[in-house]
Design a protein around this ligand. Structure first.
Ligand SMILES: [Zn+2]
Length: 381
């Protein structure tokens, strides 16, 4: 690996209420990190750009970085330059890449945060060594991503992987997107809270421990609270997780029918409970899978990198994009400059030899003996 390739990149994860950034080495290790809270929901793109420039300046002062990768919660267009829409930010068709690139003077890539997280899991986490991976993140909704044959698939318009809005129950619960029965209305972190609140609000006797813990106030129930109670063995909390796991399994079977992955990686806050969620998901998955009994089954595992996945993935995507641009430039030098010269020499009947590398970009074509035989040079001088 060249010395250049050993230099770190910066990964930035932009969520609804925070900007997390880190300097990441080529092995996916975070060398240094920083964070800014950006609590106002109506913040302008300008404010987020300022925050990005600010964290890059802070980290860049101490590290000689190659490039910057940004993972944003929203629809990123197919050219990975604009954020088409971000549900938690005031971004509509925002040309984020160019705006940030201009301000910080480093190459920038922008990707969807779930894609970035999936990429990190493939390179350094739970999906290492697996070529066909589908990632499902259970947060307030459900986000996800697809890697097939080792390549991240973003879709024609950049918005693939929005699994949360697959309809699993026609006419079911109303979803924020306007439809009814979307998957994320049955298997997300929000659902866990919604169902627990409903039990407590209805005074259900099975939910007495949950009611005790939230002191009778359903609005105080949180996802981590239910996870904690489930880990302690509370039957109602366990049942809620089982329900979510069941619906998770239904959706995974649908995704297996579409993508046939070797591995599902489940991330997001709810996945912290591990097998309490994943075991029921595996059971339903097996029972629902098309062609079950006659096909190999994908494994279902928990994500390994937690909240850092988005940041690490964005940093690695920036590194790869930069390497790709360098390769493209080298190809351009070869095809535009060197090959025409080679053809010219051949046409003139001049003997040629392959020669020294030109600053790592390709093979220079020179007449034979140019440097050793001054006779050739004299001939042309
Ligand atoms: Zn929906």
């Amino acid at each position: 690996m060249s010395r250049l390739a050993l230099r770190p990149t910066i990964g930035i994860d932009i969520g609804g209420t925070k900007v997390a950034a880190g300097v990441v080495d080529p092995e996916g290790t975070i060398i240094e990190r920083t964070r800014r809270e950006t609590p106002s929901k109506s913040k302008s793109p300008r404010v987020v750009e300022d925050t990005i420039a600010d964290v890059v300046a802070e980290l860049g002062a101490r590290h000689h970085v190659l490039a910057v990768g940004i993972g944003a919660a929203g629809f990123v267009d197919g050219t990975q330059s604009s954020v088409l829409f971000a549900p938690h930010l005031a971004w509509r068709n925002e040309p984020l890449r160019d705006a940030v690139q201009q301000r910080i003077g480093l190459p920038v890539v922008v990707d969807n945060d779930a894609n970035a997280a999936l990429w990190a899991e493939c390179r350094f986490g739970a999906a290492q060594g697996e070529s066909h991976v589908v990632c499902v993140n259970l947060g307030t909704g459900i986000g996800g991503g697809v890697v097939l044959d080792g390549v991240l698939h973003r879709g024609r318009f950049g918005v693939a992987g929005e699994f949360g809005h697959m309809i699993v129950v026609p006419g079911g619960h109303r979803c924020e997107c306007g439809n009814r029965g979307c998957w994320e209305q049955y298997a997300s972190g929000n659902v866990l809270v919604r169902e627990a609140r409903e039990l407590v609000a209805n005074g259900s006797p099975v939910a007495y421990r949950i009611a005790e813990t939230c002191e009778g106030d359903p609005s105080r129930i949180t996802g981590p609270m239910i996870s904690e109670l489930a880990a302690q063995g509370d039957p109602a909390a366990l049942e809620l997780l089982e329900d979510i796991g069941h619906w998770l399994g239904v959706g995974l079977a649908n995704l297996a029918a579409a993508f046939d992955p070797g591995l599902f990686v489940i991330g997001g806050g709810v996945s912290d409970v591990g097998d309490l969620l994943l075991d029921p998901a595996r059971t339903t998955f097996r029972r629902t899978l098309t062609g079950r009994g006659f096909r190999p089954e994908a494994k279902v595992v928990r994500a390994a990198l937690g909240n850092d996945a988005g940041l690490i993935g964005a940093a690695d995507l920036a590194r790869r994009e930069r390497a790709r641009r360098r390769r493209d430039r080298a190809k351009l030098v070869t095809t535009r400059l060197l090959l025409p010269r080679r053809r010219e020499l051949i046409a003139n009947g001049t003997p040629i030899r392959r020669s020294r590398r030109v600053s790592g970009t390709g093979t220079a074509i020179e007449p034979a003996g140019r440097r050793t035989n001054s006779a050739w040079r004299r001939q042309y001088e």
